[in-house]
Design a protein around this ligand. Structure first.
Ligand code: SAH
Ligand code: TYD
Ligand code: ZN
Length: 404
């Protein structure tokens, strides 16, 4: 039996996608070394309700010098993090200390640095951390855990704000992180983190949010339980319109803040929805199977009709879609992406070539399969010429759709 990484309770597996490669391991075409594969499956803890991967990938295989995800690649996300930074500066005050776990290329902390705010970013992936440093951000190139937290506390004192975006859900050893947070946080400090919301994943059947780096799929219920194990309390849970639906959770030391109605409201909504109930999870599984059948059916039909299809956005999420559905270069000829570190490489597992955005703009395909569907508004707004010249978008969550 597999056990919960948070509480050692029994894990009930509800979806198995089979063997998958590392989602951000973009290969050089000349590389013929064996790819790393693991079993991508998800379970829900019968005791604490935490939804999590069944198999853990060693962190050094995912987060290293060449980690190719740059947070600032989306204008919408840049604005989102800059607004968050201004809120944290207000909260922390002129002498406050703001810490970010997984600060990546400094999308949030560069604003704090420019405002002269006392801060520290923790970022183990070398290339993205170097970009943050070049923007004036003070960065530590290590993995945050309880030991690192003790060292930071000893050097810099307590933190007024600790922030983690799309990072806490990446860390299987979350108990050590929360011990670290509890060591580092000032008595009235806040720990704010935002991650894909499991109820949104279910509602949209966005199974592509499930991949190696996304180890946990939080709900207000599982986060409240996790917080309580560490003397912390969930005081706010705000839904966010980013990355297909997230929740920004705020924790404080138990008793230090009054939980807002957002917490009780979200907990109540989760109970009504039956967010970790067997029937809900079974339904998710059958919808995912249907999406696979519909998507491979459509792509095969288009290939047989001689239509060209390109992928748009070499996302980590797309590794789950392409490998689970078996979408190779016969169905999607290439994927365009604006990230230099991904261009000229092959996507993990199915080996679709990644080309710069210019390849798309210079010769539009008949169809674009939108792997970066979470950025649909931003992308469709700037690609109006594609649709004006007859191009059509294919999306696959919550169901396979062609627009316009
Ligand atoms: N916060 C950014 C980046 C998210 S990607 C955003 O929302 O866009 C997740 C980041 O967490 C990666 O840059 C990865 O290197 C970093 N990371 C992984 N494990 C970590 C740990 N233990 N401590 C701090 N950062 C970590
Ligand atoms: P994203 O969906 O944010 O995350 P993940 O990799 O975790 O699934 O990744 C978006 C990818 O799409 C990233 O590689 C950058 C690329 N991209 C473009 O090519 N053009 C765009 O306009 C945008 C917004 C993103
Ligand atoms: Zn558990």
């Amino acid at each position: 039996m597999t056990i919960c990484r948070v509480c050692a309770g029994p894990l009930q597996e509800f979806a198995d996608f089979g063997r998958h490669p590392l989602s951000d391991a973009f290969r050089r075409p000349e590389d013929d070394s064996e790819e790393f594969f693991f079993r991508l499956a998800v379970g829900s803890c019968a005791s604490c309700t935490m939804v999590q991967l069944v198999e853990e990938v060693p962190r050094e295989l995912m987060f290293h010098e060449g980690y190719p995800y740059y947070s600032s690649g989306s204008a919408f996300m840049r604005a989102h993090f800059e607004a968050a930074a201004r809120g944290f500066l207000d909260r922390a005050g002129p002498d406050g200390f703001i810490v970010e776990l997984g600060c990546n290329d400094g999308a949030m902390l560069h604003v704090v640095a420019e405002a002269g705010g006392r801060h520290l970013g923790i970022e183990p992936s070398g290339a993205v951390a170097a970009v943050a440093a070049s923007r004036g951000v003070r960065v530590v190139g290590e993995f945050f855990d309880e030991d690192l937290a003790a060292g930071i506390r000893a050097c810099d004192g307590p933190a007024d704000v600790i922030f983690a975006a799309n990072t806490l859900c990446h860390i299987p050893y979350v108990n050590s992180v929360l011990k670290g947070v509890s060591t580092l946080l000032a008595p009235d400090g806040i720990f704010v983190f935002e991650d894909p919301y499991f109820a949104d994943i279910l509602a949209k059947s966005s199974f592509d949010q499930i991949y190696d780096e996304h180890f946990y799929f939080f709900t207000a219920g599982s986060v409240a339980n996790l917080a309580a194990r560490h003397g912390l309390e969930l005081v706010a849970a705000e839904r966010l319109p980013v990355h297909g639906g997230e929740v920004r959770y705020t924790l404080m030391r138990a008793g230090a803040g009054l939980p807002s109605a957002s917490v009780t409201d979200l907990l109540a909504a989760e109970a009504v929805y039956g967010v970790t109930e067997e029937a809900t999870l079974k339904q998710f599984q059958s919808t995912v199977e249907r999406i696979r059948t519909d998507l491979t059916g459509l792509l095969s039909l288009l290939r047989d009709k001689g239509k060209t299809v390109a992928g748009y956005g070499a996302t980590a999420k797309s590794a789950t879609v392409t490998n689970f559905c078996g979408i190779g270069p016969d169905l999607v000829s290439y994927v365009c992406d604006t990230t230099p570190a991904k261009q000229g490489r092959l996507t993990p597992g199915v080996h679709l070539p990644v080309r710069p955005h210019s390849a798309f703009a210079e010769s539009y395909p008949d169809y674009a399969l939108l792997f970066a569907w979470n950025h649909a508004t931003e992308i469709m707004a700037k690609e109006q010429e594609f649709t004006r010249s007859g191009g059509r978008w294919i999306t696959y969550v919550p169901e396979v759709t062609i627009t316009p």
